[in-house]
Design a protein around this ligand. Sequence first.
Ligand SMILES: [Zn+2]
Length: 505
Amino acid sequence: MKKFGWRMLRWGAALLVVLAAALVLRGLYAFRDRSPGYQLDLRLGPSSASATPKPLRVGFGRVKINPDLSDPRRPVWLAGFSQNRAATGIHDDLWAVACVLDDGDTRIGIVGLDAIGFFHDDVIAVRRACRPEWKLDYAIVCAMHNHSTPDLMGLWGPNPLRSGVDQRYRRQVISAAAQALGDATAALQPALVAFHEIPMSPDGLVADTRKPIVFDPDIRVMHFTSPTQGTTIGTIVGWANHPETPWSKNTEITADFCGFLRETLEHGFSHDGHTFARGLGGIHLYVNGAVGGLMTTHPTVTVHDPWLNQDFKEPSHDKSRAVAHRLAAGILPQLVKAGAPATNAVAISVRARTLELPVDNKLFLAASYLGLLDRGHAHWKKMRTEVALVTIGEASIACVPGEIYPEIVNGGIEHPEGADFDLAPLEVPPLRELMPGRIKFVFGLANDELGYLIPKSEWDVAPPHLYGSQGVYGEVNSCGPDSAWLLHQALGALCRDLKSTTSSP
Ligand SMILES: [Zn+2]
Protein backbone atom coordinates (compact mmCIF):
# COMPACT_ATOMS: atom_id res chain seq x y z
CA MET A 1 0.00 0.00 0.00
CA LYS A 2 2.78 2.34 1.05
CA LYS A 3 4.77 1.40 -2.06
CA PHE A 4 1.73 2.12 -4.27
CA GLY A 5 1.31 5.58 -2.71
CA TRP A 6 4.92 6.52 -3.44
CA ARG A 7 4.57 5.35 -7.00
CA MET A 8 1.44 7.45 -7.47
CA LEU A 9 3.24 10.46 -6.06
CA ARG A 10 6.19 9.95 -8.39
CA TRP A 11 3.89 9.62 -11.39
CA GLY A 12 1.98 12.71 -10.33
CA ALA A 13 5.19 14.72 -9.99
CA ALA A 14 6.43 13.54 -13.37
CA LEU A 15 3.11 14.50 -14.93
CA LEU A 16 3.32 17.97 -13.40
CA VAL A 17 6.87 18.43 -14.75
CA VAL A 18 5.75 17.36 -18.23
CA LEU A 19 2.75 19.70 -18.04
CA ALA A 20 4.88 22.63 -16.89
CA ALA A 21 7.40 21.94 -19.67
CA ALA A 22 4.57 21.83 -22.23
CA LEU A 23 3.23 25.18 -20.98
CA VAL A 24 6.69 26.75 -21.15
CA LEU A 25 7.30 25.34 -24.64
CA ARG A 26 3.91 26.66 -25.75
CA GLY A 27 4.93 30.10 -24.44
CA LEU A 28 8.31 30.01 -26.17
CA TYR A 29 6.60 29.09 -29.42
CA ALA A 30 3.80 31.67 -29.10
CA PHE A 31 6.11 34.57 -28.25
CA ARG A 32 8.91 33.59 -30.65
CA ASP A 33 10.26 36.45 -32.72
CA ARG A 34 8.77 36.14 -36.22
CA SER A 35 11.39 38.44 -37.74
CA PRO A 36 14.60 37.79 -35.79
CA GLY A 37 17.32 40.31 -36.48
CA TYR A 38 15.03 42.71 -38.34
CA GLN A 39 16.23 46.22 -37.70
CA LEU A 40 15.80 49.47 -39.53
CA ASP A 41 17.64 52.74 -39.16
CA LEU A 42 17.07 54.65 -42.39
CA ARG A 43 18.33 58.13 -43.20
CA LEU A 44 17.57 58.83 -46.85
CA GLY A 45 17.43 62.00 -48.86
CA PRO A 46 19.46 65.12 -49.53
CA SER A 47 22.05 65.96 -46.92
CA SER A 48 21.47 69.70 -47.22
CA ALA A 49 18.63 72.05 -48.07
CA SER A 50 20.56 73.47 -51.02
CA ALA A 51 20.51 70.18 -53.00
CA THR A 52 18.24 70.59 -56.03
CA PRO A 53 15.90 67.67 -56.57
CA LYS A 54 15.41 66.07 -59.96
CA PRO A 55 11.90 66.11 -61.45
CA LEU A 56 9.37 64.14 -59.46
CA ARG A 57 7.89 60.91 -60.80
CA VAL A 58 4.81 59.24 -59.36
CA GLY A 59 2.91 56.03 -60.04
CA PHE A 60 -0.25 54.46 -58.63
CA GLY A 61 -1.42 50.85 -58.54
CA ARG A 62 -4.21 48.89 -56.94
CA VAL A 63 -5.11 45.26 -56.37
CA LYS A 64 -8.44 43.94 -55.11
CA ILE A 65 -8.31 42.11 -51.77
CA ASN A 66 -11.80 40.64 -51.50
CA PRO A 67 -11.89 37.40 -49.50
CA ASP A 68 -13.34 34.22 -50.96
CA LEU A 69 -16.87 33.75 -49.64
CA SER A 70 -17.71 30.77 -51.84
CA ASP A 71 -16.98 28.01 -49.31
CA PRO A 72 -19.59 27.82 -46.50
CA ARG A 73 -17.22 25.56 -44.55
CA ARG A 74 -14.74 28.43 -44.33
CA PRO A 75 -16.63 31.40 -42.89
CA VAL A 76 -14.98 34.81 -43.18
CA TRP A 77 -14.95 36.45 -39.76
CA LEU A 78 -15.49 40.18 -39.77
CA ALA A 79 -13.28 42.24 -37.50
CA GLY A 80 -13.86 45.26 -35.35
CA PHE A 81 -16.86 44.66 -33.10
CA SER A 82 -17.77 41.41 -31.39
CA GLN A 83 -16.69 37.87 -32.24
CA ASN A 84 -18.69 35.46 -34.34
CA ARG A 85 -19.71 37.94 -37.06
CA ALA A 86 -19.50 35.97 -40.29
CA ALA A 87 -19.54 37.84 -43.59
CA THR A 88 -22.68 37.26 -45.66
CA GLY A 89 -21.67 39.11 -48.81
CA ILE A 90 -19.54 41.78 -50.42
CA HIS A 91 -21.18 45.18 -50.60
CA ASP A 92 -18.19 46.92 -52.16
CA ASP A 93 -14.67 45.84 -53.06
CA LEU A 94 -11.69 45.94 -50.72
CA TRP A 95 -8.42 47.21 -52.17
CA ALA A 96 -4.73 47.52 -51.64
CA VAL A 97 -3.95 50.94 -53.15
CA ALA A 98 -0.33 51.97 -53.66
CA CYS A 99 1.53 55.12 -54.58
CA VAL A 100 5.24 55.16 -55.44
CA LEU A 101 7.17 58.45 -55.43
CA ASP A 102 10.63 59.00 -56.88
CA ASP A 103 12.62 62.25 -56.74
CA GLY A 104 15.49 60.85 -58.82
CA ASP A 105 17.47 59.80 -55.74
CA THR A 106 15.01 58.23 -53.33
CA ARG A 107 12.07 55.99 -54.16
CA ILE A 108 9.38 55.30 -51.58
CA GLY A 109 6.13 53.37 -51.70
CA ILE A 110 2.97 53.87 -49.67
CA VAL A 111 0.27 51.24 -49.65
CA GLY A 112 -3.13 51.58 -47.99
CA LEU A 113 -5.07 48.42 -47.15
CA ASP A 114 -8.78 48.07 -46.53
CA ALA A 115 -8.03 46.10 -43.40
CA ILE A 116 -8.66 46.42 -39.68
CA GLY A 117 -4.98 46.30 -38.79
CA PHE A 118 -1.71 44.93 -40.05
CA PHE A 119 1.11 43.87 -37.74
CA HIS A 120 4.76 44.80 -38.16
CA ASP A 121 5.70 41.21 -39.05
CA ASP A 122 3.15 41.36 -41.91
CA VAL A 123 4.61 44.68 -43.08
CA ILE A 124 8.05 43.06 -43.15
CA ALA A 125 6.52 40.22 -45.20
CA VAL A 126 5.19 42.79 -47.72
CA ARG A 127 8.64 44.41 -47.97
CA ARG A 128 10.26 41.00 -48.49
CA ALA A 129 7.74 40.22 -51.24
CA CYS A 130 8.77 43.35 -53.18
CA ARG A 131 11.14 42.63 -56.06
CA PRO A 132 14.65 44.15 -55.97
CA GLU A 133 14.18 45.56 -59.48
CA TRP A 134 11.42 47.84 -58.17
CA LYS A 135 14.23 49.63 -56.30
CA LEU A 136 12.05 50.72 -53.41
CA ASP A 137 14.17 52.38 -50.73
CA TYR A 138 11.34 52.33 -48.23
CA ALA A 139 7.76 51.06 -48.13
CA ILE A 140 5.02 52.21 -45.75
CA VAL A 141 2.02 49.93 -45.23
CA CYS A 142 -1.07 51.49 -43.64
CA ALA A 143 -4.31 49.80 -42.64
CA MET A 144 -7.51 51.85 -43.02
CA HIS A 145 -8.95 50.17 -39.91
CA ASN A 146 -12.27 49.39 -41.66
CA HIS A 147 -14.54 47.50 -39.26
CA SER A 148 -16.35 45.38 -41.85
CA THR A 149 -13.32 43.61 -43.30
CA PRO A 150 -11.90 40.13 -42.58
CA ASP A 151 -10.09 39.65 -39.28
CA LEU A 152 -6.34 40.03 -39.79
CA MET A 153 -5.49 40.50 -36.12
CA GLY A 154 -6.96 37.35 -34.59
CA LEU A 155 -9.38 38.88 -32.09
CA TRP A 156 -12.67 38.31 -33.90
CA GLY A 157 -13.03 34.58 -34.55
CA PRO A 158 -16.12 32.42 -33.87
CA ASN A 159 -15.47 32.67 -30.11
CA PRO A 160 -13.07 34.57 -27.85
CA LEU A 161 -10.63 31.64 -27.82
CA ARG A 162 -10.33 31.15 -31.57
CA SER A 163 -8.56 33.42 -34.02
CA GLY A 164 -10.59 34.76 -36.92
CA VAL A 165 -7.57 34.97 -39.21
CA ASP A 166 -7.58 32.81 -42.32
CA GLN A 167 -3.89 32.36 -43.12
CA ARG A 168 -4.66 32.01 -46.83
CA TYR A 169 -6.34 35.42 -46.81
CA ARG A 170 -3.44 36.91 -44.85
CA ARG A 171 -1.02 35.67 -47.52
CA GLN A 172 -3.36 37.02 -50.23
CA VAL A 173 -3.27 40.51 -48.67
CA ILE A 174 0.52 40.43 -48.25
CA SER A 175 1.07 39.51 -51.89
CA ALA A 176 -1.59 41.98 -53.10
CA ALA A 177 0.09 44.80 -51.16
CA ALA A 178 3.42 43.96 -52.76
CA GLN A 179 1.81 43.63 -56.18
CA ALA A 180 0.15 47.05 -55.82
CA LEU A 181 3.58 48.52 -55.07
CA GLY A 182 4.98 46.75 -58.14
CA ASP A 183 2.16 48.07 -60.34
CA ALA A 184 2.70 51.59 -58.97
CA THR A 185 6.42 51.34 -59.73
CA ALA A 186 5.70 50.21 -63.28
CA ALA A 187 3.35 53.20 -63.67
CA LEU A 188 5.95 55.82 -62.61
CA GLN A 189 5.62 58.96 -64.74
CA PRO A 190 6.63 62.62 -64.49
CA ALA A 191 4.31 64.46 -62.13
CA LEU A 192 3.46 67.80 -60.61
CA VAL A 193 2.28 67.86 -57.03
CA ALA A 194 0.10 70.34 -55.14
CA PHE A 195 -0.47 70.11 -51.39
CA HIS A 196 -3.74 71.11 -49.78
CA GLU A 197 -5.01 71.47 -46.25
CA ILE A 198 -8.78 71.59 -46.28
CA PRO A 199 -10.65 72.60 -43.12
CA MET A 200 -13.51 70.24 -42.25
CA SER A 201 -15.81 70.60 -39.28
CA PRO A 202 -16.43 67.37 -37.36
CA ASP A 203 -20.01 68.47 -36.65
CA GLY A 204 -22.46 65.95 -38.05
CA LEU A 205 -19.57 63.80 -39.19
CA VAL A 206 -17.40 62.51 -36.36
CA ALA A 207 -18.01 62.13 -32.63
CA ASP A 208 -15.32 62.02 -29.96
CA THR A 209 -16.50 59.38 -27.49
CA ARG A 210 -13.86 60.03 -24.82
CA LYS A 211 -12.88 63.25 -23.10
CA PRO A 212 -11.01 65.50 -23.64
CA ILE A 213 -12.86 66.44 -26.80
CA VAL A 214 -10.08 66.87 -29.36
CA PHE A 215 -10.38 66.03 -33.06
CA ASP A 216 -7.99 65.82 -35.96
CA PRO A 217 -10.67 67.22 -38.26
CA ASP A 218 -8.94 68.64 -41.34
CA ILE A 219 -8.27 66.87 -44.62
CA ARG A 220 -4.81 66.87 -46.16
CA VAL A 221 -4.26 66.08 -49.82
CA MET A 222 -1.35 65.50 -52.19
CA HIS A 223 -2.66 65.95 -55.72
CA PHE A 224 -0.50 64.58 -58.51
CA THR A 225 -1.08 65.71 -62.08
CA SER A 226 0.56 65.07 -65.42
CA PRO A 227 2.78 68.02 -66.43
CA THR A 228 1.98 67.51 -70.12
CA GLN A 229 -1.74 66.73 -70.04
CA GLY A 230 -2.82 68.35 -66.79
CA THR A 231 -4.83 65.24 -65.93
CA THR A 232 -4.96 63.75 -62.46
CA ILE A 233 -2.63 60.81 -61.86
CA GLY A 234 -3.89 60.32 -58.34
CA THR A 235 -4.15 61.70 -54.83
CA ILE A 236 -3.12 60.80 -51.32
CA VAL A 237 -5.85 61.88 -48.91
CA GLY A 238 -5.41 61.92 -45.13
CA TRP A 239 -8.23 62.33 -42.60
CA ALA A 240 -9.04 60.76 -39.23
CA ASN A 241 -12.10 58.69 -38.41
CA HIS A 242 -12.94 55.08 -37.52
CA PRO A 243 -14.43 53.48 -40.65
CA GLU A 244 -17.20 51.73 -38.75
CA THR A 245 -20.20 53.63 -40.10
CA PRO A 246 -22.50 50.61 -40.83
CA TRP A 247 -21.79 49.51 -37.24
CA SER A 248 -21.89 46.16 -35.49
CA LYS A 249 -24.94 44.48 -37.08
CA ASN A 250 -23.65 44.85 -40.61
CA THR A 251 -22.40 41.55 -42.06
CA GLU A 252 -21.55 42.76 -45.57
CA ILE A 253 -17.94 43.39 -46.43
CA THR A 254 -17.32 47.06 -47.14
CA ALA A 255 -14.45 49.54 -47.32
CA ASP A 256 -16.82 52.03 -45.62
CA PHE A 257 -16.40 55.74 -46.34
CA CYS A 258 -12.79 55.11 -47.47
CA GLY A 259 -14.03 53.15 -50.50
CA PHE A 260 -16.86 55.58 -51.29
CA LEU A 261 -14.43 58.49 -51.09
CA ARG A 262 -11.91 56.91 -53.49
CA GLU A 263 -14.76 56.06 -55.85
CA THR A 264 -16.20 59.61 -55.72
CA LEU A 265 -12.82 61.28 -56.27
CA GLU A 266 -12.27 59.09 -59.32
CA HIS A 267 -15.73 59.00 -60.89
CA GLY A 268 -17.65 61.87 -59.30
CA PHE A 269 -21.27 61.40 -58.33
CA SER A 270 -24.41 61.38 -60.43
CA HIS A 271 -27.92 60.55 -59.30
CA ASP A 272 -31.27 60.59 -61.12
CA GLY A 273 -29.68 62.04 -64.22
CA HIS A 274 -28.05 64.87 -62.33
CA THR A 275 -24.26 65.17 -61.94
CA PHE A 276 -23.39 66.55 -58.52
CA ALA A 277 -19.63 66.24 -58.87
CA ARG A 278 -17.25 65.40 -61.67
CA GLY A 279 -14.52 62.91 -60.88
CA LEU A 280 -10.82 63.52 -61.33
CA GLY A 281 -9.98 60.13 -62.87
CA GLY A 282 -6.75 58.60 -61.58
CA ILE A 283 -6.26 56.41 -58.52
CA HIS A 284 -6.85 57.64 -54.99
CA LEU A 285 -5.13 56.48 -51.85
CA TYR A 286 -6.92 57.22 -48.58
CA VAL A 287 -4.93 57.01 -45.36
CA ASN A 288 -6.39 57.25 -41.87
CA GLY A 289 -4.83 59.43 -39.17
CA ALA A 290 -5.32 60.03 -35.45
CA VAL A 291 -8.40 57.86 -34.93
CA GLY A 292 -7.86 57.12 -31.21
CA GLY A 293 -9.67 58.58 -28.32
CA LEU A 294 -12.15 57.81 -30.11
CA MET A 295 -13.04 59.25 -33.51
CA THR A 296 -16.17 57.65 -34.91
CA THR A 297 -19.30 58.25 -36.94
CA HIS A 298 -21.24 56.86 -34.00
CA PRO A 299 -24.89 55.78 -34.49
CA THR A 300 -25.85 58.92 -32.57
CA VAL A 301 -24.32 61.12 -35.31
CA THR A 302 -26.64 62.28 -38.08
CA VAL A 303 -24.75 62.78 -41.33
CA HIS A 304 -26.15 65.10 -43.97
CA ASP A 305 -25.43 64.06 -47.55
CA PRO A 306 -24.83 67.43 -49.24
CA TRP A 307 -25.64 66.16 -52.73
CA LEU A 308 -28.67 63.99 -52.02
CA ASN A 309 -29.81 66.60 -49.48
CA GLN A 310 -30.71 63.78 -47.12
CA ASP A 311 -29.93 62.99 -43.47
CA PHE A 312 -28.64 59.59 -42.35
CA LYS A 313 -28.67 58.59 -38.69
CA GLU A 314 -29.22 54.82 -38.67
CA PRO A 315 -26.00 52.96 -39.50
CA SER A 316 -26.01 51.93 -43.17
CA HIS A 317 -23.91 51.89 -46.32
CA ASP A 318 -25.79 55.00 -47.46
CA LYS A 319 -24.57 56.72 -44.31
CA SER A 320 -20.96 55.70 -45.17
CA ARG A 321 -21.52 57.23 -48.61
CA ALA A 322 -22.85 60.43 -47.00
CA VAL A 323 -19.61 60.70 -44.98
CA ALA A 324 -17.61 60.29 -48.20
CA HIS A 325 -19.75 62.88 -49.99
CA ARG A 326 -19.15 65.40 -47.20
CA LEU A 327 -15.40 64.87 -47.61
CA ALA A 328 -15.46 64.88 -51.41
CA ALA A 329 -17.58 68.05 -51.43
CA GLY A 330 -14.73 69.68 -49.49
CA ILE A 331 -11.90 68.19 -51.53
CA LEU A 332 -13.02 68.35 -55.16
CA PRO A 333 -13.66 72.13 -55.49
CA GLN A 334 -10.31 72.82 -53.82
CA LEU A 335 -8.45 70.54 -56.24
CA VAL A 336 -10.06 71.77 -59.43
CA LYS A 337 -9.68 75.41 -58.39
CA ALA A 338 -7.59 77.02 -61.11
CA GLY A 339 -4.10 78.14 -60.25
CA ALA A 340 -3.42 75.71 -57.42
CA PRO A 341 0.35 75.93 -57.07
CA ALA A 342 1.99 72.75 -58.28
CA THR A 343 5.64 71.82 -58.56
CA ASN A 344 7.78 68.96 -59.80
CA ALA A 345 10.82 69.98 -57.74
CA VAL A 346 10.29 68.14 -54.48
CA ALA A 347 12.94 66.32 -52.52
CA ILE A 348 12.08 63.16 -50.61
CA SER A 349 13.64 62.47 -47.22
CA VAL A 350 13.07 59.50 -44.96
CA ARG A 351 13.90 58.82 -41.35
CA ALA A 352 12.71 55.45 -40.12
CA ARG A 353 13.70 53.20 -37.27
CA THR A 354 12.56 50.12 -35.44
CA LEU A 355 12.20 50.15 -31.67
CA GLU A 356 10.97 47.84 -28.94
CA LEU A 357 7.92 48.81 -26.91
CA PRO A 358 6.86 47.29 -23.59
CA VAL A 359 3.65 45.26 -23.51
CA ASP A 360 1.93 45.50 -20.15
CA ASN A 361 -1.59 44.56 -21.24
CA LYS A 362 -2.26 41.12 -19.71
CA LEU A 363 -5.06 40.47 -22.19
CA PHE A 364 -2.66 41.06 -25.11
CA LEU A 365 -0.14 38.71 -23.48
CA ALA A 366 -2.80 36.05 -22.91
CA ALA A 367 -4.05 36.46 -26.49
CA SER A 368 -0.48 36.04 -27.74
CA TYR A 369 -0.01 32.94 -25.57
CA LEU A 370 -3.23 31.43 -26.92
CA GLY A 371 -2.12 32.16 -30.48
CA LEU A 372 -4.89 34.69 -31.13
CA LEU A 373 -2.50 37.61 -31.60
CA ASP A 374 -0.04 36.06 -34.01
CA ARG A 375 2.91 38.41 -33.67
CA GLY A 376 6.33 37.91 -32.23
CA HIS A 377 7.97 39.52 -29.26
CA ALA A 378 11.51 40.72 -29.95
CA HIS A 379 12.22 40.20 -26.24
CA TRP A 380 10.06 39.12 -23.31
CA LYS A 381 7.09 41.53 -23.14
CA LYS A 382 8.69 43.73 -25.79
CA MET A 383 7.23 44.13 -29.27
CA ARG A 384 9.27 45.34 -32.21
CA THR A 385 7.60 48.20 -33.99
CA GLU A 386 8.58 51.12 -36.21
CA VAL A 387 8.31 54.90 -36.47
CA ALA A 388 9.02 56.99 -39.55
CA LEU A 389 9.06 60.55 -40.74
CA VAL A 390 8.96 61.29 -44.45
CA THR A 391 9.15 64.66 -46.17
CA ILE A 392 7.97 65.22 -49.72
CA GLY A 393 8.75 68.80 -50.60
CA GLU A 394 6.81 71.02 -48.24
CA ALA A 395 4.72 68.12 -46.95
CA SER A 396 5.70 65.83 -44.12
CA ILE A 397 4.27 62.51 -42.99
CA ALA A 398 4.58 61.08 -39.49
CA CYS A 399 4.04 57.31 -39.53
CA VAL A 400 2.47 56.26 -36.24
CA PRO A 401 2.15 52.49 -35.61
CA GLY A 402 -1.27 52.53 -33.95
CA GLU A 403 -4.39 54.50 -33.05
CA ILE A 404 -3.01 57.71 -31.63
CA TYR A 405 -5.16 60.08 -29.59
CA PRO A 406 -5.63 63.39 -31.46
CA GLU A 407 -4.52 65.45 -28.45
CA ILE A 408 -1.01 63.97 -28.84
CA VAL A 409 -0.99 65.18 -32.45
CA ASN A 410 -2.70 68.56 -32.12
CA GLY A 411 -2.36 69.46 -28.43
CA GLY A 412 -4.88 69.50 -25.60
CA ILE A 413 -3.67 66.60 -23.41
CA GLU A 414 -5.16 66.85 -19.93
CA HIS A 415 -4.37 65.47 -16.52
CA PRO A 416 -7.92 64.99 -15.28
CA GLU A 417 -9.10 63.96 -11.87
CA GLY A 418 -9.27 60.18 -11.66
CA ALA A 419 -6.18 59.56 -13.80
CA ASP A 420 -3.97 56.70 -12.61
CA PHE A 421 -0.66 58.56 -12.77
CA ASP A 422 -0.06 61.81 -10.98
CA LEU A 423 1.96 63.54 -13.66
CA ALA A 424 1.80 66.40 -16.13
CA PRO A 425 1.33 65.57 -19.85
CA LEU A 426 4.42 63.79 -21.20
CA GLU A 427 3.61 63.80 -24.91
CA VAL A 428 4.41 67.47 -25.44
CA PRO A 429 4.85 69.54 -27.50
CA PRO A 430 2.19 68.20 -29.88
CA LEU A 431 3.55 66.05 -32.70
CA ARG A 432 2.48 68.53 -35.40
CA GLU A 433 4.51 71.25 -33.72
CA LEU A 434 7.59 69.04 -33.92
CA MET A 435 7.08 68.04 -37.54
CA PRO A 436 8.80 69.89 -40.37
CA GLY A 437 7.05 71.25 -43.45
CA ARG A 438 3.91 73.22 -44.21
CA ILE A 439 1.34 70.44 -44.73
CA LYS A 440 1.68 67.83 -42.00
CA PHE A 441 0.13 64.41 -42.59
CA VAL A 442 -0.18 61.89 -39.79
CA PHE A 443 -0.54 58.31 -41.01
CA GLY A 444 -2.11 56.17 -38.29
CA LEU A 445 -1.88 52.37 -38.18
CA ALA A 446 1.26 52.81 -40.28
CA ASN A 447 3.56 49.78 -40.42
CA ASP A 448 1.90 48.27 -37.33
CA GLU A 449 -1.24 48.21 -35.18
CA LEU A 450 -0.37 48.51 -31.49
CA GLY A 451 -3.88 49.53 -30.45
CA TYR A 452 -4.64 52.79 -28.69
CA LEU A 453 -1.83 55.21 -27.96
CA ILE A 454 -3.12 57.03 -24.87
CA PRO A 455 -1.47 60.01 -23.14
CA LYS A 456 0.01 58.69 -19.88
CA SER A 457 -1.58 61.51 -17.86
CA GLU A 458 -5.01 60.37 -19.16
CA TRP A 459 -4.40 56.68 -18.45
CA ASP A 460 -7.28 55.26 -16.40
CA VAL A 461 -7.81 51.71 -15.24
CA ALA A 462 -8.20 52.06 -11.47
CA PRO A 463 -11.15 53.87 -9.87
CA PRO A 464 -11.99 56.69 -9.35
CA HIS A 465 -12.35 57.29 -13.06
CA LEU A 466 -11.65 60.24 -15.37
CA TYR A 467 -13.86 63.31 -15.07
CA GLY A 468 -16.02 61.53 -12.48
CA SER A 469 -17.19 58.97 -15.06
CA GLN A 470 -18.07 55.32 -14.45
CA GLY A 471 -14.99 54.24 -16.41
CA VAL A 472 -13.51 54.79 -19.84
CA TYR A 473 -12.84 52.69 -22.91
CA GLY A 474 -9.42 52.49 -24.52
CA GLU A 475 -6.89 51.00 -22.11
CA VAL A 476 -8.18 47.45 -22.74
CA ASN A 477 -6.95 47.79 -26.33
CA SER A 478 -3.62 49.43 -25.58
CA CYS A 479 -0.17 47.90 -25.02
CA GLY A 480 0.23 49.98 -21.87
CA PRO A 481 0.62 53.45 -20.35
CA ASP A 482 4.14 53.95 -21.73
CA SER A 483 3.55 53.29 -25.46
CA ALA A 484 2.36 56.78 -26.39
CA TRP A 485 5.12 58.81 -24.81
CA LEU A 486 7.86 56.43 -25.97
CA LEU A 487 6.58 56.72 -29.56
CA HIS A 488 6.17 60.49 -29.19
CA GLN A 489 9.81 60.68 -28.07
CA ALA A 490 10.99 58.49 -30.94
CA LEU A 491 9.06 60.53 -33.52
CA GLY A 492 10.29 63.77 -31.96
CA ALA A 493 13.88 62.58 -32.37
CA LEU A 494 13.26 61.81 -36.07
CA CYS A 495 11.74 65.29 -36.53
CA ARG A 496 14.74 66.97 -34.93
CA ASP A 497 17.17 64.88 -36.96
CA LEU A 498 15.44 65.64 -40.24
CA LYS A 499 15.08 69.35 -39.47
CA SER A 500 18.77 69.63 -38.56
CA THR A 501 19.98 68.11 -41.85
CA THR A 502 17.53 69.77 -44.22
CA SER A 503 17.37 73.30 -42.78
CA SER A 504 19.61 75.90 -44.37
CA PRO A 505 22.82 76.63 -42.47
ZN1 LIG B 1 -9.98 51.35 -33.38
